[in-house]
Design a protein around this ligand. Structure first.
Ligand SMILES: CC(=O)N[C@@H](CCC[C@H](N)C(=O)O)C(=O)O
Length: 381
């Protein structure tokens, strides 16, 4: 294994190292240390660095700066048990980089490394952001002191796309990713003996009924020409097979392409929950957790990047439709002009799947494309 690793592109090795240590939002301690250790090997006079929570800001000093170009990479993993069987699979039981943030980090380090050794005119701010999967690091990071001090004039990010081949990128001007809101519903009834249901209010039955009713929101309350998602990803309740459950909890997410639909979907969820409370004589409450602003690509910069990327050897540019994925990078794009794009990584299994296995050849492609684009944008001659 050591021999094979010595033959790898160093940023593929970095990706594998990071893949082994996935950590969830605001607990990315080993990840932050790994990134800091790597940064400590680079010439220290070429950049300034500030940590923020488990994230890191790195400003590469420009030769003749007129602006700051921002590049953001998210760093957290997901609570999923990896099933890839890869030799470098997760060493953290029940956690996995199943959304490609290991790729995002290694690509960012590749571009950063190049710019440290080959300075350009403008400053380049790298933002290693925690907690993209939740509860959200972008919004508080935007308000942080380092960000205020080094506020970028433009900002860029990518996300891996398992469905596209290596060597492709996909993007569009305007709306790229949906508005999101987490959804947590608690139900409380009356538990008791499995053989005496008439003396209880069974929250497993109430929860199942509510999950069924929630499916009607998208099909019956949202305009068919609009789009929305209501997904319940987790149900829990009860303690053992012969006790009727006193409590149940649903955990899910809402996605919409505009803010009005988000309000409408939430109103319907609240109405349906009211119905359950009355129908099952129970208590119920909703917590919307964290919400992400849509990802909206600034049109002129996006068009310019598309034209640039089309001329890059080995890169094919696809035009895509908006997706119902969410990204708190949307908050950065709300304040700073920029764009996000999909990077093709050709995996049979998709994002958030325990067998996601992105093709590492995409790492070098992305490093080259981004480095060339940032050099082009950051040249003031
Ligand atoms: C790109 C991606 O997969 N992002 C996540 C963001 C999750 C936000 C939040 N935890 C929620 O579930 O609403 C996604 O699931 O789209």
């Amino acid at each position: 294994m050591a021999e094979v690793e010595s033959l790898l592109n160093p940023f593929v090795k970095i990706r594998r190292d990071l893949h082994k240590i996935p950590e969830i939002g605001f607990k990315e301690f080993k990840t932050q240390k790994y990134l800091l250790d790597y940064l400590s090997t680079l010439p220290q006079d070429r950049f300034e660095l500030e940590t923020w929570e488990t994230g890191i800001f790195v400003k590469i000093i420009g030769k003749n700066p007129k602006k700051v170009i921002g590049y953001r990479a998210d760093i957290d993993g997901l609570p999923i048990k990896e099933q890839t069987g890869l030799p470098f699979c997760s060493e953290h039981d029940n956690y996995m980089h199943a959304c490609g943030h290991d790729f995002h980090m290694s690509i960012a380090l590749g571009v950063l490394h190049y710019l440290v050794f080959t300075p350009i005119d403008d400053h380049v701010l790298f933002i290693f952001q925690p907690a993209e999967e939740g509860p959200g690091g972008a919004e508080p990071m935007l308000k942080s002191e380092p960000m205020k001090k080094w506020m970028p004039d433009i900002i860029i990010a990518l996300h891996i796309a398992p469905e596209y081949p290596v060597g492709t990128i996909a993007l569009k001007e305007g709306l790229l990713f949906a508005n999101t809101s987490e959804l947590f519903i608690e139900l409380k009834g009356k538990g008791g003996h499995a053989a005496y249901p008439h003396e209880t209010n069974d929250m497993v039955v109430a929860a199942c009924s509510l999950v069924g009713q929630l499916q009607s929101i998208v099909s019956r309350n949202v305009n068919p020409l609009d789009s929305a998602v209501v997904t319940i990803g987790k149900i829990s309740g009860g303690s053992v097979q012969n006790i009727i459950a006193e409590t149940a909890r649903l955990e899910g997410t809402i996605r919409t392409l505009n803010e009005d639909s988000m309000v409408k979907v939430k109103t319907r969820i609240e109405q349906l929950l009211e119905g359950i409370i009355v129908g099952y004589a129970c208590e119920g409450s909703i917590d919307y957790g964290s919400m992400y602003h849509q990802v909206f690509n600034e049109e002129e910069l996006t068009r310019e990047f598309i034209e640039f990327a089309k001329k890059e050897p080995g890169i094919q540019v696809y035009s895509c439709k908006e997706a119902m994925t969410g990204e708190d990078f949307g908050y950065m794009l709300k304040e700073i002009p920029g764009f996000m794009f999909w990077l093709g990584v050709n995996s049979t299994y998709g994002l958030h799947h325990a067998k996601l296995n992105p093709d590492e050849k995409a790492i070098e492609k992305a490093i080259k494309l981004l480095t060339n684009y940032i050099r082009y944008k950051g040249s003031n001659e």
